[in-house]
Design a protein around this ligand. Sequence first.
Ligand code: SF4
Length: 240
Amino acid sequence: MPSLETELDRARELSVDDLADAIESIGFECTRCGACCTSHGEDEHTATVFPDEVRELQAASAAGDGADATGSDTAEPDTTAEARDWRDVARPMPYGLTEGEDGPEGETFEWALQTGGCGDCAFYAEDDDGVGACTAHDDRPLICQTYPFSVALDGTSQPMGEAVDEAGVVRAHECEGLGRDISREDAEALAAALKERAVRELEEAIDVRDAYAPADTGAGEVVVHDSEGAKRPDGTRLSN
Ligand code: SF4
């Protein structure tokens, strides 16, 4: 298996033009079905979010992002709202945790977008007509900006759904928006975000690997190792 450093070099050398060609050849238009923002059966919505993206979403919540639940930019920013807590935005990625008597425990290596009571992303909301949208659309993380695509490099994450199509290094995952026409401009914007995500994921993975020191987790304790160090589920540093 190639090293993370080798894959990072490959990610940095990806041509946005080539990625855009691949995305154009597959085709995509979001149908606003909400499938990538909601739970599936027993499975809670699970999407990786980087630590700086968590802070952006916290701050965005404080300022309001100007988007209403329909995704249109008509709502006035709520300047009176307080910043969300870390836990309102992110939760420890459940993979690798075990179920103890007091709930999940152990060490994990990523943050996932927080979910609401029904397992949907905490930022997903439906209007009175049942049309869903992201309430943090302008500040949504890279994984959301690039759904349903990923790049086929070791160490990068795959979005929800099986991989169903592949064009060069670009993979497309199950999504009803696939196969629809996409403009060159939109394909290039998506390609640029896809490259940025691949680079960021590999940089994160390398930093986590290099900074990792086993944490002494007791019963009911969870530690998240991200690129900034070991943290508690509320986002505070373990060494504080
Ligand atoms: S942040 Fe927005 S786009 Fe991303 S999963 Fe949540 S609701 Fe969907």
